[in-house]
Design a protein around this ligand. Structure first.
Ligand SMILES: [Zn+2]
Length: 292
């Protein structure tokens, strides 16, 4: 069994049961009416929003975020450092909001396909013209690529619903995108980080709007992880979550492409790439703590 919605949800509730000072709530529902959960952890005034699995095949990012929370909480509980970072200081300066799985339908479709009895099965076949969805599916259950559905120079790449890169009939048309946008508008985050796979890269800009401080923060993450800092070009350059956050709020937004290989990355790779990605978040938390 892979890391699907059920597994992720179990881990979310297990975490909130075992760790003091956490909260769990739903920020909205997917097309197929799965709740999109958020975990709140930390006591600080600075608010950092972490999210994963915008794309179906990238569920390793959800598994990573849950493991990061567990190991962070366990270091805090034991009073030990975490890869050399002072966890107590970080959690006193920063509050984390973590949505590990933005696209639960996409993750489940990518792993298990859709049963013929599922009412979305026929609909997706007629929309996208393929019969087998697992191993290719990045979109939500409407065939919309959520990470091209944000209002940041939104434009059409694919003309029709597709396993990947269809940006939808209009920006923020999808319930998953809407849930994230409404949540972000309400919470007024200081920083946003979206985790994707793969490539081993860090992105920090949208349309030249990022500040010099954001570039420096990205350079620090790069030194911690060995991932180079990149500028987006081509179809990856618009309509994404961090693009919208930078454009809309003028604050720091980052995309991290974790790991190397072909999606879906094997879950065993998480052992290898856990530290480099944990260090990226710890570096981001440090940046926030050091802001006045
Ligand atoms: Zn992605």
């Amino acid at each position: 069994m892979g890391y699907d919605y059920k597994k992720c949800t179990e881990e979310i509730f297990e975490f909130s049961k075992c760790v003091q000072g956490t909260g769990v709530f739903a920020i909205g529902e997917s097309v197929m009416e799965k709740k999109i959960y958020c975990i709140e952890y930390g006591k600080g005034a600075k608010k950092l929003f972490l999210n994963g699995a915008h794309h179906g095949l990238e569920y390793i990012t959800a598994a990573f975020l849950m493991r990061f929370l567990r190991e962070l909480a366990s270091a805090y509980g034991d009073g030990t450092d975490f890869f050399g970072y002072d966890v107590k200081r970080l959690l006193e300066g920063v509050k984390l909001f973590v949505v590990p799985m933005v696209n639960p339908d996409g993750v489940d479709i990518a792993q298990n396909g859709l049963d013929i009895t599922n009412r979305y099965h026929r609909r997706l076949i007629s929309m996208v013209g393929i019969h087998s969805f697992n191993r290719v599916w990045q979109a939500n259950a409407n065939g919309v690529d959520i990470n091209h559905n944000y209002d940041a120079r939104w434009s059409v790449i694919e003309k029709n619903p597709s396993p990947t890169k269809y940006s939808g009939p209009y920006s923020e048309s999808e319930p998953e995108t809407k849930a994230i946008c409404e949540f972000v508008r309400a919470e007024d985050f200081d920083m946003l980080m979206a985790f994707h796979s793969q490539g081993g890269e860090i992105y920090y800009d949208f349309d030249g709007m990022a500040q010099e401080a954001d570039r420096r923060a990205a350079e620090r993450m790069s030194r911690e992880s060995g991932y180079p800092v990149r500028q987006t070009v081509g179809t990856a350059a618009f309509g994404g979550c961090k693009d919208w956050f930078i454009k809309e709020f003028g604050r720091s937004g980052f995309t991290v492409e974790m790991g190397h290989g072909k999606n879906p990355l094997p879950e065993e790779q998480l052992d290898k790439i856990f530290e480099e990605n944990a260090r990226i978040i710890l570096s981001a938390m440090t940046t926030l703590c050091n802001q006045v």
